[in-house]
Design a protein. Structure first.
Length: 257
């Protein structure tokens, strides 16, 4: 199954989300974009503890790298932030609101959150432009507007000349650029990137990070990236260290120039 997760800053959508039935808002969470409050997650009938009482705030326009060894809980944290997974204990707040219903997270993933996967998760039978257009269905009215938006985004990621090529005709770096363009389709508030350079060579990986950072700066998009690469993590404003499902440290750095 392919999950397409994109975002939108439309004020009307923001108001309707905040008032959704079943949501609750606490004053301590109101200022953060994403807030993990004592969150735990287990798998395999409770035998595998992926996260253990994690509390973490991701602020608006933040640039955060989550790093740690394989199996430390990094990707679980990201999937909980997107609502694709749910905690066993604790609460995940989005813009100060506890999203209690799956439908609320579905709406956020359709209108507010962009997701970039390590393995791209593109549809091989579609062209680059068609992959970027796909999440706009039901969000942006009009085929012409969707086509123009896709073309604009592919130009921005340097792939305007490849928009009619199918995914199998693209390199790994080009495919990841298409995935980033798709994540930006509906102007997200946050991009969640799960090992976005994991399948790329070092030169292409640096270019992909340059692109994500440019979007973060130009569009004021919050960027939360999971990586096992210390050099990549060092480019972020904040570095969260996680080990055995627990946050064991944090570093703060100046925003990359």
């Amino acid at each position: 199954m392919i999950c397409l997760i994109v975002g939108d800053k439309a004020e009307n959508g923001r108001r309707s989300d905040s008032r959704a039935a079943g949501s609750s808002k606490g004053p301590e969470q109101s200022s953060a974009l994403i807030h993990f409050d004592d969150v735990s997650r287990t798998y395999v009938h409770g035998r595998v503890r992926a996260l253990r009482g994690v509390s973490l705030r991701i602020e608006h326009e933040d640039y955060v790298a989550v790093t740690g060894p394989s199996g430390s809980g990094k990707s679980t944290l990201l999937y909980l932030a997107s609502g694709m997974d749910r905690p066993d204990a604790g609460t995940v707040f989005f813009e100060g609101v506890s999203r209690e219903k799956p439908a609320e997270w579905t709406r956020l993933r359709a209108t507010r959150i962009g997701f970039v996967f390590q393995s791209f998760q593109l549809i091989g039978s579609l062209t680059a432009a068609e992959n970027v257009e796909l999440p706009m269905l039901g969000v942006i009215a009009g085929e012409r507007k969707r086509r123009e938006r896709a073309a604009e985004l592919l130009e921005r990621v340097g792939l305007g000349h490849r928009k009619l090529h199918r995914i199998g005709e693209l390199s790994g770096g080009e495919a990841q650029r298409v995935a980033i363009a798709r994540a930006m389709a509906n102007s997200p508030s946050v991009i969640l990137a799960d090992e976005p350079t994991g399948n790329l060579d070092s030169r292409t990986a640096s270019q992909v990070l340059d692109l994500l950072e440019d979007l973060h700066k130009r569009e004021k998009v919050t960027l939360m990236m999971v990586t096992h690469d210390a050099e990549n993590a060092g480019r972020a404003k904040r570095i969260i260290h996680i080990h055995d499902g627990e946050i064991v440290g944090e570093e703060s750095r100046k925003e990359p120039a």
